[in-house]
Design a protein around this ligand. Structure first.
Ligand code: FAD
Length: 315
């Protein structure tokens, strides 16, 4: 049984995972998306100017710093990606958290679910939802060994995955609808060297029965068409936040935000909440406040579960 389960691996949840490990709590963190970072993934290249300790830092680098701080503890506080919390069952002695990866038993819960779940932007072509070789994430790179792969997208995810897949694939073709990429230049140069880059092209049609055998591409300027043979098609168009109704957890809410006390406890004993999904007098929706709330919540959870071992700082 877990001491606590953190729901959501945005900045608040990621830092809560580090903090839980520092407090030696038996914890895990679950994230509905295939990547951690939450809302920061939507603006990876934008600079953040209000992060203490940094004059400026890109959102992408900030995710990386938060992850590097958590990484030494990842075997103690495990992270489950593509793991959606759908229900909380209240039992006499603990909670049961229902997810698409099974039921987790836990003494407390820390909601860090921000503005809601992130879902990948899907490929909008006829028949795309029924094809078995279209992927929105990569679970095991070795599965694609010696295959001919096509990667769609122009951001860091698409370029980074194209590079990673190139290490095992027979051939990788990266396709983007614009001539310029929204990704680190050095990585775009690398994929140009070791793979094939086609721009500016948009996907037009999928050819194949239960899987895609050929992808038809249209040049966005001269409208000419080409066909690519492939074994697997990867779509990295980023993610969309899917609105969550906060009252579904059975907690007191105000304007669809979870009401919390100053120790970040919600209206239910043992359920805490932090970050963009909460409200209290003076709440600011900022990364820095979410990180502070994570520290407060984890201390409060530690004190609630293990009052004897909690260090209190004298005022
Ligand atoms: C364009 C833009 C620019 C911004 N610039 C700044 C800035 O410069 N400085 C600043 O301080 N703030 C900025 N913000 C705000 C900042 O991004 C948010 O305050 C911050 O991301 C909130 O962090 P969070 O961890 O609470 O939630 P989120 O970042 O939203 O993360 C929540 C995570 O929980 C996951 N999740 C949700 N529901 C479930 C579920 N049921 N099961 C499992 N996982 C779930 C989601 O997939 C997501 O990954 C900006 C926001 C935007 C949109």
């Amino acid at each position: 049984m877990y001491d606590t389960i953190i729901i959501g691996a945005g900045p608040a949840g990621l830092y809560a995972a580090t903090s839980a490990a520092m407090h030696k709590l038996n914890a895990c963190i679950i994230e509905s998306a295939y990547e951690f970072g939450g809302t920061l993934n939507l603006y990876k290249q934008k600079m953040v100017y209000d992060m203490p300790g940094f004059v400026k830092i890109s959102a992408g680098d900030l995710i990386d710093h938060l992850y590097q701080q958590y990484k030494p503890y990842e075997s103690e506080v495990k992270m489950f990606l593509n793991c959606k919390a759908t229900e909380i069952n209240t039992l006499d002695t603990h909670y049961e958290l229902v997810t698409n990866q099974g039921i987790f038993k836990t003494k407390t819960i820390l909601l860090a679910n921000g503005g809601g779940m992130f879902e990948p932007r899907l490929l909008e072509l006829e028949g795309a939802d029924a094809k078995s070789n279209i992927y929105y994430n990569v679970k095991d790179v070795s599965y694609f060994k010696d295959q001919e792969l096509v990667v769609l997208g122009g951001g860091d995810s698409a370029v980074d995955w194209a590079l990673t897949l190139s290490e095992v694939a027979k051939k990788v073709t990266l396709v983007h609808r614009r001539p310029d990429f929204r990704a680190h230049e050095v990585n775009v140069e690398k994929i140009r060297e070791i793979g094939t880059v086609l721009t500016p092209y948009t996907p037009e049609a999928l050819v194949g029965y239960d899987k895609v055998d050929y992808l038809t591409l249209k040049h966005t300027e001269d409208q000419s068409q080409i066909e690519l043979k492939l074994d697997a098609l990867f779509v990295f168009y980023g993610s969309n936040p899917a609105k969550t109704s906060m009252d579904k957890w059975g907690l007191d809410v105000e304007n669809n935000l979870i009401k919390v006390a100053s120790d970040m406890q919600t209206s239910k004993k043992g359920i805490y909440a932090i970050g963009n999904s909460v409200t209290y007098l003076g709440k600011r929706k900022m990364i820095v406040t979410g990180l502070g709330e994570a520290a407060t919540a984890i201390s409060a959870i530690s004190q609630y579960l293990y009052p004897e071992k909690t260090i209190t700082y004298k005022h």
